[in-house]
Design a protein around this ligand. Structure first.
Ligand code: FE2
Length: 603
C-alpha cells in the first residue's frame, strides 16, 4: 500500500506570508484534498500554525492512521526543517515515531519539492494532457523558492524547465499592488469583478508601463516602491478575523497610489488588468511558438483571475488550455502528494476521479448519515425530514418560487469555488436572485459577478466550446440567448464565469439542474459558494446549520434531509422590499467612500 501526505505550508514555516493551509492524501487509488480554512471557519487563515483539521479529516475520510503513512511531503527542503517542530509534530502529536528514531524518520519518510514544481505537479496531474507546455506564475513562491514565474514543458510525462524568473516580482506582484491600491487588501478577485465597470485609460496605461522593465525572454519585471502600512485595529471582527487586514492598512502608501488617485477607481482596475493581459500574452507568444500543435497548462495564483484566463483562450492558438481547479497555494498539498506518489507508481489509476475535462474537484470530506442525524436531532431550533429521492424535485420547486437554497451534499470541493456540493443555489432567470443573495444574504460587494452552473450537454448552445471549465476558471462571453434565459448569471460586461457540470463526476448536481431544466427549459442554476461575507465556504454540516439559523438562506438541504427553522417570524424576515439602486449610483457611492478613506489615511 502506498500512502502519501502533502502538506502546505511547511509546519511552522518562518515565511511571514504563509497562507492557504491545505493537506492532501493519496492512498493507492483514492484521493483526499482540502483547505484548512474551510474547517476552521475564517476566509483568511493567516496566523494558523499547521493544517491539523484538514489532515485529520483526510485520515478519517480514507481510514488511515498517521503511522501508516509512507511519505510526508513539504515544500521546504529537509535541511531546513526545524528539528524541534518535527519532534513535536511527528513524535509527540501524530505519534508516528519515537524521539530516538526522529533522524531516520526524517531521512526515510520525509521528502520535499520546490513551490513551483508543486504548483506544476498539481495542474499537470489534474489535466488529461500527456504533452503540454506549463506556465506557473505567482507572487513569488515561498520562503524556500523565490521564483515568481516558471515556464516548462512535459513530454511523455517528463518535465523540463524552459525559463524561470525570480527577479523582484512579476505580473502577480503588479496585480497584488493594484488590488491594494484599490483598497481591496489582498482580495485580488475583487479587482477583476470591479474592472468590468471601468474603461481602459490610455494615459494611465502609459504610466503603468513605467513600473515594468522587460527582462530576458520578454519577462515582465515589476518595480514599485511601497512604504509599510500601519496596523489598524479599528474594525477588528473576531467572527471573520483577518490578520493581514489588521496588520496592513489598505491601500498602503505606495507609488501606484500616487499616480492613480485622480482616475476613477473602476478605470484603474480595468487599465491595470489590461496591462497584465497584454504583458502576459507577449511573454507567451515570444516563448511558445507552434501553439496550434500544443496544449498549455496554467497554474499559480495569477490564474485564479478568470478574465486573464479567458483572454488567453481568446488570444492564443493552443489546441487546449487547462486551468487548475486550485491555481493558488491552496492547491500545493495535492501537487506535493501527486509528485511523490508518482515516484512509486507510474500513474494514478482511478477513472472515477477523472472526466474528459480533468480531475474531479470533489476531493474533500464527506459526512456519514449518523453524524448528520445526530447533529440535526440535537438542535431544538430546527425541524427536519428525510426527502429521499424527492430531494431534487423539492429543491427545484423552492428555487422556482424564488427561494435561496443552501446545499450540502457528498464530498466537499477542493479549490476556491463551490461546484454543487457546498453551494447556495438560486434561479438564474431572475435578476432579483442576484440582488437577494448579494445585498441581503451574502452581504458581499455588489460588483462581484455570480456564476451559472450549466449542463455540459447544453454548454455549446450559449458559449464557445473552447472555454469549458468544470471549475469556473474561465469567463466566456455569453450569447444573446443565454442573457435572455439566465440574466442573473451574466456580468455587466456580458461574460459568465460558467461552470460545466458533467454527469460522470457530479451526478447529483447534474440531475438537479436537469430537473430544473425540464420544468423551466433553462438547464442551468445560479451557483455561489455556501458562505456569508468574510467566512470561508462551509466545510462541515454544523456551519451549514449556522447559516440557516442566522437567516442567510431560506432552505437547507443536508444530503437528503430538508432542514428548516422552527420559528420563522415572517415579519422579521430579511426580505425587505429591495430598493433598487442603479449601478451608476453604486459606483458613485464607492468612489466617494474610497476617496474619503484616502483622505483619512492622509496619503
Ligand atoms: Fe504559489
Amino acid at each position: 500500500m502506498t500512502i502519501v501526505v502533502g502538506i502546505y505550508p511547511t509546519p511552522y514555516d518562518h515565511h511571514p506570508h504563509s497562507h492557504d493551509f491545505n493537506c492532501a492524501i493519496i492512498k493507492d487509488t483514492e484521493i483526499f484534498a482540502y483547505e484548512e480554512k474551510k474547517l476552521f471557519g475564517y476566509k483568511f487563515d493567516d496566523g494558523t500554525a499547521f493544517p491539523y483539521r484538514s489532515l485529520i479529516a483526510g485520515l478519517k475520510e480514507l481510514k488511515i492512521k498517521p503511522k501508516n503513512v509512507n511519505k510526508w511531503v513539504f515544500t521546504c527542503p529537509k535541511e531546513f526543517l526545524p528539528k524541534i517542530m518535527m519532534k513535536q509534530l511527528f513524535c509527540d502529536k501524530l505519534k508516528v515515531c519515537k524521539h530516538s528514531q526522529l533522524n531516520s524518520f526524517i531521512k526515510n519518510n520525509i521528502s520535499s519539492l520546490p513551490h513551483h514544481e508543486a504548483h506544476i505537479s498539481m495542474a499537470k496531474n489534474s489535466s488529461n494532457f500527456k504533452n503540454s507546455y506549463v506556465l506557473s506564475i505567482d507572487g513569488g513562491g515561498d520562503g524556500y523558492d523565490k521564483r515568481n514565474l516558471v515556464l516548462g514543458k512535459y513530454i511523455k510525462n517528463k518535465f523540463e524547465i524552459l525559463f524561470s524568473s525570480k527577479k523582484n516580482t512579476g505580473l502577480a506582484g503588479f496585480h497584488a499592488v493594484l488590488t491594494d491600491t484599490l483598497g481591496f487588501g489582498v482580495d485580488n478577485g475583487k479587482t477583476s469583478g470591479f474592472a468590468s465597470y471601468g474603461c481602459l485609460n490610455n494615459e494611465l496605461y502609459k504610466k503603468f508601463e513605467k513600473f515594468f522593465k522587460i527582462g530576458k525572454n520578454k519577462n515582465p519585471i515589476f518595480f514599485c516602491s511601497r512604504k509599510k502600512s500601519e496596523p489598524n485595529f479599528e474594525n477588528v471582527k473576531f467572527e471573520n478575523f483577518s490578520l493581514h487586514k489588521y496588520l496592513n492598512t489598505s491601500p498602503s502608501n505606495n507609488e501606484m497610489l500616487k499616480i492613480t488617485k485622480k482616475y476613477p477607481s473602476t478605470d484603474v482596475a480595468q487599465t491595470g488588468e489590461q496591462i497584465v493581459k497584454d504583458k502576459l500574452i507577449k511573454f507567451i507568444n515570444f516563448n511558445l511558438k507552434n501553439q496550434e500543435n500544443s496544449n498549455l497548462i496554467c497554474v499559480g495564483g495569477l490564474f485564479h483571475n478568470v478574465a486573464i484566463n479567458q483572454f488567453l483562450i481568446d488570444n492564443t492558438k493552443f489546441k487546449k488550455i487547462f486551468f487548475s481547479m486550485s491555481a493558488g497555494d491552496g492547491g500545493l498539498g495535492l501537487g506535493l502528494a501527486f509528485n511523490q506518489y508518482l515516484k512509486h507508481k507510474k500513474n494514478f489509476k482511478n477513472t472515477k476521479y477523472f472526466s474528459t475535462l480533468g480531475l474531479t474537484p470533489f476531493l474533500g470530506p464527506s459526512f456519514k448519515k449518523r453524524e448528520i442525524q445526530k447533529l440535526l436531532s440535537s438542535n431544538n431550533n430546527i425541524i427536519f425530514k428525510k426527502l429521499g429521492n424527492k430531494t431534487n424535485s423539492y429543491i427545484v420547486s423552492k428555487i422556482i418560487k424564488g427561494e435561496i437554497v443552501g446545499v450540502f451534499r457528498g464530498r466537499g470541493e477542493y479549490g476556491p469555488r463551490s461546484l454543487g456540493n457546498r453551494s447556495i443555489l438560486a434561479d438564474p432567470r431572475n435578476l432579483i436572485s442576484k440582488i437577494k443573495i448579494n445585498n441581503l444574504i451574502k452581504r458581499r460587494d455588489w460588483f462581484m459577478p455570480f456564476a451559472p452552473a450549466i449542463l455540459k450537454e447544453k454548454y455549446s448552445k450559449y458559449f464557445d466550446e473552447k472555454s469549458q471549465s468544470p471549475y469556473m476558471q474561465t469567463s466566456p462571453k455569453s450569447n444573446k440567448l443565454f442573457i435572455k434565459i439566465a440574466s442573473a448569471g451574466v456580468h455587466v460586461d456580458g461574460t459568465s464565469r460558467a461552470q460545466v457540470v458533467e454527469k460522470e463526476t457530479n451526478r447529483s448536481f447534474w440531475e438537479l439542474i436537469n430537473s430544473f431544466g425540464k420544468k423551466t427549459d433553462t438547464y442551468c442554476l445560479l451557483n455561489t459558494s455556501f458562505n456569508r461575507h468574510g467566512i470561508s465556504t462551509v466545510g462541515h454540516p454544523h456551519q451549514a446549520l449556522e447559516h440557516l439559523l442566522n437567516g442567510s438562506i431560506d432552505t437547507l438541504i443536508i444530503e437528503d434531509y430538508l432542514v428548516k427553522m422552527k420559528y420563522m417570524n415572517k415579519k422579521k424576515s430579511k426580505y425587505r422590499p429591495f430598493k433598487k439602486n442603479s449601478e451608476r449610483k453604486l459606483l458613485k457611492v464607492h468612489e466617494v467612500k474610497y476617496h474619503k478613506k484616502l483622505k483619512f489615511l492622509n496619503y
